[in-house]
Design a protein around this ligand. Structure first.
Ligand SMILES: [Fe+2]
Length: 343
């Protein structure tokens, strides 16, 4: 049934594919699994067709090898049905643009790197409709995040402090700064709608991270209620103290039986000014991956587990979004007390 919500989605997907610089006669594959949103498949398909592209909607079986429920976590390896099927992979490699509507995407799957290496661009979409529409990127967002990447690339140290007691010093050498801007417009580019963030993959960081009440733990999609102190040495968490949430994190690290669970992964800051910190509270966990928290303008986002630059394969991936931090790169403040310094 085509209804008014469908019109909104079709409009949003059309604008998104325009940001991805979809041209007429390019080839689009809309990738879904049985539990993907059918209205997103229709909207992506319709938008591609309206822009004059060739389009195929491909639905592959669901199911993931991840040791945790693989839905909207941002931690999973992707669908077995694609990981084990070279025909599916070849289809994706032959596309100019893949609109990935699977529930988990292929963020941590090496096969995604192979698909990108073929020149395919991939835009991953899984959050709720009004989250997508509210956070629809602007063409200038890429320049905004690129400036942050350039700053990181030319710097040696990032320092993160907070009134709650955080004081972390991060070595930026060989930290591979990168960005997400919410659209994939260059060949071989993966991106996530919605997102606007700057990040890097440091190896060494030292000091202390203190989570304050209201910070957000992902993929649990829960707010911290009582402070948690994490001591960090050489890029690894050496001690966790606090009450309920400290216990939760320690249990997660232990249960994962993963040698990299306590190692720090990517970190950076959000620039998405339309993000809503309370989206995590206002939606069902199944409706969101949590990009409002991850990309919130002026947050400090850090994570644990996998580290592709250091070849650490791990599914024990936490993303933790903090408010109220000051992030300083070689003495240049990019975030002060949780507020993004003007672009
Ligand atoms: Fe992450």
């Amino acid at each position: 049934m085509f209804d008014l919500s469908s019109v909104d989605l079709l409009d949003a997907f059309t604008r998104e594919l325009q940001l991805c610089k979809l041209k007429s006669d390019e080839h689009v594959v809309v990738l879904a699994e049985p539990s993907s949103r059918g209205d997103y498949v229709a909207a992506a398909y319709g938008a591609a067709k309206a822009l004059g592209a060739h389009v195929i909607a491909a639905t592959v079986p669901g199911g993931s090898p991840a040791p945790m429920p693989s839905t909207h976590t941002g931690a999973g390896p992707g669908l077995v049905s694609v990981l084990n099927d070279t025909v599916a992979q070849d289809l994706l490699k032959s596309a100019d643009l893949v609109v990935d509507l699977t529930r988990e995407g292929f963020i941590h799957a090496p096969v995604q790197q192979e698909i990108l290496a073929a020149g395919t661009r991939i835009i991953f979409v899984c959050d709720a409709p009004d989250v997508l529409i509210r956070n629809l990127p602007g063409a200038g967002d890429k320049d905004r995040v690129q400036r942050g990447v350039d700053l990181l690339r030319g710097s040696s140290t990032m320092r993160v402090t907070s009134q709650a007691g955080t004081d972390l010093t991060v070595q930026l050498r060989d930290s591979h700064p990168m960005f997400q801007c919410g659209f994939a417009d260059d060949p071989g580019r993966w991106d996530h709608w919605p997102s606007t963030m700057v990040m890097c993959w440091p190896e060494i960081s030292d000091g202390r991270i203190v989570l304050a009440g209201g910070d957000i733990l992902l993929p649990f999609k829960e707010y911290v209620r009582e402070p948690v102190t994490l001591e960090v040495a050489g890029g690894h968490i050496t001690k966790v103290t606090g009450r309920a949430e400290a216990e939760l994190l320690s249990t997660f690290f232990d249960d994962s039986q993963d040698q990299w669970a306590r190692s720090l992964s990517h970190m950076g800051w959000g620039l998405m000014k339309t993000a809503d910190w309370f989206a995590t509270a206002m939606y069902g966990k199944d409706e969101l991956m949590g990009m409002d928290a991850r990309a919130f303008a002026g947050n400090f986002l850090w994570s644990t587990g996998p580290h592709p630059v250091l070849n650490r394969e791990s599914y024990a991936h936490l993303d933790i979004a903090m408010r109220g931090c000051t992030v300083s790169v070689d003495g240049t403040d990019v975030v002060v007390d949780g507020r993004l310094v003007a672009d």
